[in-house]
Design a protein around this ligand. Sequence first.
Ligand SMILES: [Zn+2]
Length: 368
Amino acid sequence: MSTSIADIVHFLEALAPPAYQESYDNAGLLTGSGNWDCTGVLTTLDATEEVVMEAVSCRCNLIVAHHPIIFGGLKKITGRNYVERTVIAAIKRDIAIYAIHTNLDNVVAGGVNGRIAQRLGIVGGKPLLPREGTLQKLYCFVPSDHLESVRAAVFAAGAGHIGGYSECSYSVEGTGTFTAGVGTNPYVGEPGRRHYEKEGRLEVIVPTHLSREVVQAMIAAHPYEEVAYDLVPLANSHPGVGSGLIGELPAEMGETEFLDRVRREFEVPVIRHTRLTGRPVKKVAVCGGAGSFLISRALAAGANFYVTSDVKYHEFFDANDHLVVADIGHFESEQFTVDLLFEVLQEKFRNFAVLKSVVKTNPIKYYY
Ligand SMILES: [Zn+2]
């Protein structure tokens, strides 16, 4: 049985929906075709020319990378820089490159930050900056004898998830009215005469990116010719989707003890950090990759420690002696994303090889 590149993309996009990527991002299939049969997958943080050659030698025609190699526009492809050379190498050798970037950052539990939290022993992680505009409420009016089949259909299409709970809905019985007009074919009642029907009002929460599928499933399971429903955007933020993560250590630790843990777990030669506060560490915030935009959120959330990377000189001042900001390096902070991608793909697909790149793509070296 063969698996297409599109099958793998479909699986990854259920894990980290493209709708959750940031507006500046360029996640998705960057080279190659979804129609190709997959011969093997190579997972990596960065798809560089060296990683493309590694994929060729391992007979993997799909690279699943965290960072999109094509990020801004490409106006010329002549091989002047590493982006152009990587794209040329991939196209010449029929290598597909798929990037799963800020959409994977923003899926808190199963994403980049969930893996960092796991490494540091942080439990109960929630988004530091929950994402808004991701949820809608569907209200639909269903004759009582079809209420359960419509409920099952919208659940199957992805509605009704709240945190760790699934199949969440609410329904109440009432009476609907309608008068069928000329040329209609009503499920019940006579054309031209007002009809009263026992109906249930079904309410269910829907992820915005699945609302089309859920509405289609509802209409397909509904007996009426014209289905009455309301799809309403919610101001609620998503409990499991957003930037960064905040959680707690099961027991308090000293600040240097925690720094030691970070250094050991992430194998970092050096950690740049703000002045220690002298208080024990209990609440910890993390953000893989460039995370200085969340320092104020970590402060407001009462974090004792914020582990991230790419913090600039002036941004360290923002810690204001209320928390310790620790910059562990961009590559180091996100390195376990490769394990995450490797594990989920290996578990799902057994009919081709899933490998982890052995190329150390970190462009930063340390002299100490
Ligand atoms: Zn990154």
